[in-house]
Design a protein around this ligand. Structure first.
Ligand SMILES: NC(=O)c1ccc[n+]([C@@H]2O[C@H](COP(=O)([O-])OP(=O)(O)OC[C@H]3O[C@@H](n4cnc5c(N)ncnc54)[C@H](OP(=O)(O)O)[C@@H]3O)[C@@H](O)[C@H]2O)c1
Length: 417
C-alpha cells in the first residue's frame, strides 16, 4: 500500500517510525516544506524497514503543489500531519487525485483577520456558542464530496482527539447502555527542564490554551474564561496535578455522535510556571496572530515567539516523567449506574528510546499510524467524512495495545466534581 505522509515534525516523526514497522505500508513518501528533514528521517529509518521510502518537497498550502505530487506518486491514502491550517487544501487535493485522507487535528484558519473567514466564524460563534478558532464545520462540509468520490476521510486520529474518542466508542460498546457524563483528562507529568516550552507546535498549542474554555451540557455549549475552572486530580503513574477546563475539538464530535450524553468536559494539566509565562506573553501581545511592523519588516508576534522557543522535536532527550491521558465515563448499564475510567500511561524516556521523540509526539503519532492503517487496510471502510468514534473501536483498541499505547480500565475511578 502506497502512503503519502505530509509534514515532518514531531508527530510525523513518530507516525512514520510506526508506519515503517507495519508491513501494510510497503511504500511511504515523506513530503514536507523542508525536504532536508524528510531526507534525514528517511536515511535514519531505511536500514530497519522493508518499506520503500522516498521524500519530496511540497507546499501543503498550495493545491497545485499537492496535486502535482499526488498525481505523480499516486498514494492510496494521505496522512496529514502538517498543521491544521492545511487540512482543507489537502482534502481538496485528495478528492482531485482519488486518495483517502487522514488527519489528527481539525481545520483552523491561519489568518483569523481574513474578513471572509471572520464573517463565517462570527456567525458560528453566535449560532453554536463557542469562540474557538477551530471547529469541525469546515471539514464536515466535505461529506458529500467524499461520498460521491467513494473515498474515506478520517478526522482526528491523534490521542485527543483520537484515542479518547475511540475509548468512548469502546466504553459505549462494552460497558454502557447509555453514557451520560464524559470527562477527558489529559495529564503531562513530564519535565523538560526549560523554564518554558510547548510540547507540540507552539503556535497551535498556545492558541488552544489561551482561548476561552467551554464544555457541552444539556445540548448546548457553556463557555468559560480561559483557565477559569480548575480541579486537582491524582493521576496513576504521575501523582497529584492541577488541571484546567479547556475547549477541545472532540467535545464537538462526541456531542454529535454519542446519543444521550448530558455533559462532556476536557481538562488538561498545567504547572504554575507554564501558566505564568503564558499569561505574561499574552499580556505583552506575543500571542497575537496580527502582523506588526518592526524595523521595516512585517512580523507576526506568535510566529516570532515560535522561532525563539525550543523546537518541540528537540525535547525528546531531556524530557523525563510520564503522561496519563484518558476518559472517565458515567452512565447506566442494565438499569444501574456505572463509572469507568479508561486511560493510557506513557513514559517520555521510553518513547524517546524507541523513536527519538517525547511522549506528546508519541501519543499522537502512534494513533495517527493506527487510524491510517484502519483506512488503508479497509478495516474501517466507508465513503464520506468520519470521526473515529463512528467506527468499530475493537480493532483500534487492539492495535493500541500492540503498537505501544496499552490502556487500562479502572472500574472504580475517583470522579471529578
Ligand atoms: N490529536 C492530537 O492528539 C494532537 C496532539 C498534538 C498535535 N496534533 C497535531 O499534529 C499536527 C503536527 O503537530 P507537530 O507537533 O508535529 O507540529 P510540527 O512539529 O510543527 O510539525 C509540522 C510539520 O508540518 C510542516 N509544514 C507546516 N506547514 C507546511 C506547509 N505549508 N507545507 C508543507 N509542510 C508544512 C512543517 O514543516 P517545517 O519543518 O518546514 O516547519 C513540519 O514538518 C498538528 O496538526 C497538531 O495540531 C494533534
Amino acid at each position: 500500500m502506497r502512503l503519502l505522509v505530509i509534514g515532518c515534525g514531531g508527530v510525523a516523526t513518530v507516525a512514520i517510525h510506526k508506519c515503517c514497522q507495519n508491513p501494510l505500508f510497503t511504500e511511504i513518501c515523506i513530503a514536507s516544506r523542508t525536504k532536508s528533514k524528510c531526507d534525514a528521517l528517511a536515511e535514519k529509518l531505511a536500514p530497519s524497514t522493508k518499506a520503500v521510502i522516498t521524500t519530496a518537497k511540497v507546499d501543503a498550502d498550495s493545491f497545485e503543489s499537492l496535486t502535482e505530487l499526488m498525481n505523480s506518486y499516486k498514494p492510496h491514502t494521505v496522512l496529514n500531519v502538517a498543521l491544521p491550517y492545511q487540512d482543507l487544501t489537502i482534502m481538496d487535493a485528495c478528492l482531485a487525485c482519488g486518495a483517502n485522507y487522514v488527519d489528527t487535528a481539525n481545520y483552523e484558519a491561519e489568518d483569523t483577520d481574513d474578513p471572509e473567514w471572520r464573517a463565517i466564524y462570527e456567525k458560528r460563534c453566535k449560532e453554536k456558542g463557542f469562540t474557538a478558532y477551530f471547529d469541525y464545520s469546515w471539514q464536515w462540509a466535505y461529506q458529500d464530496k467524499f461520498k460521491e468520490a467513494g473515498l474515506t476521510a478520517l478526522l482526528g486520529t491523534g490521542f485527543d482527539p483520537g484515542v479518547t474518542s475511540v475509548f468512548t466508542a469502546y466504553a459505549l460498546k462494552h460497558y454502557f447502555d447509555e453514557i451520560h457524563y464524559i470527562d477527558i483528562l489529559d495529564c503531562n507529568g513530564g519535565d523538560h527542564g526549560y523554564p518554558f516550552a510547548t510540547n507540540f507546535n507552539p503556535e497551535i498549542n498556545l492558541r488552544e490554551v489561551s482561548a476561552n474554555g467551554s464544555y457541552w451540557e444539556d445540548g448546548h455549549w457553556v463557555e468559560t474564561e480561559p483557565m477559569e475552572i480548575k480541579r486537582e486530580y491524582n493521576f496513576a503513574g504521575v501523582g497529584m496535578k492541577d488541571m484546567y477546563l479547556l475547549h477541545h475539538e472532540e467535545i464537538e464530535s462526541l456531542a454529535k455522535n454519542i446519543p444521550n450524553v448530558k455533559r462532556i468536559r476536557f481538562f488538561m494539566t498545567f504547572g504554575q510556571s507554564y501558566l505564568t509565562h503564558m499569561n505574561c506573553l499574552q499580556n505583552v501581545g506575543m500571542l497575537s496572530t496580527v502582523p506588526i511592523e518592526f524595523e521595516g519588516h512585517q512580523i507576526v508576534p506568535i510566529k516570532f515567539l515560535k522561532a525563539l522557543l525550543p523546537d518541540p522535536a528537540s525535547l525528546g532527550p531531556r524530557t523525563v516523567g510520564k503522561t496519563n491521558i484518558g476518559c472517565i465515563f458515567r452512565g447506566i448499564k442494565d438499569g444501574k449506574e456505572r463509572n469507568i475510567y479508561i486511560y493510557n500511561v506513557c513514559d517520555h524516556q521510553e518513547c524517546y528510546k524507541e523513536t527519538g521523540a517525547q511522549a506528546v509526539s508519541y501519543t499522537t503519532g502512534v494513533p495517527a499510524m493506527i487510524g491510517t492503517a484502519m483506512v488503508a487496510s479497509g478495516t474501517w471502510k466507508g465513503a464520506g467524512v468520519f470521526n473515529v468514534e463512528e467506527f468499530d473501536p475493537d480493532p483500534y483498541m487492539e492495535a493500541l495495545n500492540k503498537d505501544g499505547l496499552p490502556w487500562v480500565v479502572d472500574e472504580a475511578p475517583v470522579l471529578v466534581d
